[in-house]
Design a protein around this ligand. Sequence first.
Ligand code: DAH
Length: 340
Amino acid sequence: MELEQILIQFNDDVTKVETDESLNSLRTKYLGKTGILTDALKEIKNVPVERKKAYGESVNKIKTEIENKLENLKLQLEDKLIQNKLNNTKNIDLTIPYSHDKGSLHPVTIAEHKVIEVFRSMGFIVEDGFEVETEYNNFEAVNVPKDHPARDMQDTFWLENGQVLRTHTSANQNRVMKQYGAPLRAIFPGRCYRNETVDASHDTTFWQLEGMVIDENISIANLIFFMKTMLTKVFGKEIKVRLRPGYFPFTEPSFELDCSCPYCDGNGCSVCKHGGWIELCPCGMIHPEVLKMGGIDIEKYQGFAFGLGLSRLAMMNKDIRTIRVLNGCKLKELKQAKIK
Ligand code: DAH
């Protein structure tokens, strides 16, 4: 085919292109391995020497022109596609109620934010910890040496390198004491792990919020007053507290703190299992050994600590019956939980 003829034919072919597929076959027809223009280029070997240069230049010029046109056509087709889509959306009825699910914070996050806000207002610093901990921080530094029977209280996930998935946020106590010294008011919320049999209120993964107050002349009276004030602020209503004796190696004396049920004001309801009280927060006066290991001068300072069950608080707050709902993250189940 004569060179001029090629361009004329191409310009004619171009007018028929309407889809990506036809564009591609047009490209192959002219520029493919056995395409018209590729053949024309191969023809150069049969062209007399004196015309070779001019011939080559012409073929290349046509090639560039065809390439440019194909590129433009591609852009035009893309535009057309977008335009078609826009035209079709004209029929969408914007007044139909929007039915998509809206995102929201997880119940544990809601509880955590609420508690942190209260503690911040009381002058506490908020610290982070590590979910993978050393054996020392998780056990020894909180007065649970090797072979201490208390290690059996917390079934532990051990890692191959001898570290553990922390079984409690108390694992961060030593680090925080060493970092800030006394006087200290700190909380550290976080996720903990135990190798436990799962039931309605126990799971292998749960959240705690640890707190420590260290200062001069701290006594159990401070602990009671403080916990009462804090819970009253968290629940936004007057809360009573009571202490029962407990046992933890890192506190002496140790307590289980119950609060009056905020949902029925202690009259009895399903949340407090009709007892009027809810077991909420183990606590106690920090054991002198624990203070010493944290570098605190025990001649001068005492303190109390507590481990608030954040998962438990979140379950209470949203009336969630089994802890599995919190970790399962099934939106349907989480949504069914009432917000109180
Ligand atoms: N670490 C304990 C646990 O997970 C909870 C606890 C009890 C924390 C007493 C404390 C405390 O800080 O003083 O079972």
